[in-house]
Design a protein around this ligand. Structure first.
Ligand code: G3P
Ligand code: CA
Length: 244
């Protein structure tokens, strides 16, 4: 199976991350899927942003959890990247799902609940995916083991992936993922080893790698048989996979 290419926060190397401009571009560039990050607003609405705070990627300040969706919509989510994107807005999960539902794209929704463990985030996301008929082509991922356990309580065919950022002994990492009933492990590129990929595959789990932006790193993932990469440059990855 060829390695799938997920646009990391959209085509975030060329457009402001987690905005419609970045998602549209990733789609046009031929990505197989979109990776995005979800937090909850003050009014419990899931929105797409990487950080807990709006400071880095908007002209606002403070925590997402202290804003209503209406207030977040006033912010400029594009100028920090380039003045050409000054009209970019923070997206709700619903806007994203409405956009993606009729496109042949996989979705990886990362629950950003490793610093703030948002109440009912798992249920809210499952409900939205069910509403749009997207449970079957979504992957839900998190660094938070408690959230993984909550995700597994829902009886759906949605994939759940354990995100790992630190170095683990291979056996320990696999036991950790199996204990949490993950269907995949998402690892950092720097921890990628052929032996690890093979051992994870032996347990019937998928291996996906983040964040892979260098061409030689992409090729290494393809040759090791990784199931997917997350990249800020989906166009380059698609071209590189074609030549591989
Ligand atoms: O889901 C892979 C990757 O996005 C996890 O790290 O910090 O880019 O959200 P981060
Ligand atoms: Ca992410």
């Amino acid at each position: 199976m060829p390695t799938n290419i997920f646009a990391h926060r959209g085509a975030s190397g060329h457009a402001p991350e987690n905005t419609m401009a970045a998602f549209e571009l990733a789609y046009r560039q031929g990505a197989d899927g979109i990776e995005t990050d979800v937090h909850l607003t003050k009014d419990n609405i899931p929105v797409l942003m990487h950080d807990e705070q709006v400071n880095r990627t908007t002209n606002g300040a403070g925590y997402i959890k202290d804003y209503s969706l209406k207030q977040l919509k006033q912010l400029d989510a594009g100028s920090w990247f380039s003045s050409a994107f000054a009209d970019s807005k923070i997206l709700s999960l619903d806007e994203f799902l409405t956009w993606i539902r009729h496109k042949a794209l996989y979705l990886n929704i990362e629950l950003k609940n490793n610093k703030i463990d948002y109440t009912n985030l798992e249920t809210i996301i499952y409900n939205r995916l069910a509403h749009y008929g997207l449970l079957h082509r979504s992957i839900l991922s998190t660094f938070n083991p408690n959230s993984m356990m909550r995700l597994k309580k829902a009886e759906t065919d949605t994939e759940t992936a354990l995100l790992i950022s630190r170095r683990f002994k291979h056996k320990k990492l696999i036991t950790y993922a199996l204990d949490l009933e993950a269907s995949a492990v998402h690892i950092k590129y720097r921890h990628l080893r052929q032996r690890l990929v093979d051992r994870i595959h032996q347990k019937q789990l998928a291996v996906r790698v983040f964040t892979v932006n260098e061409l030689n790193h992409m090729v290494r993932c393809f040759s090791m048989g990784c199931d997917a990469i997350f990249t800020d440059y989906p166009e380059a990855a698609v071209q590189s996979r074609r030549q591989f």
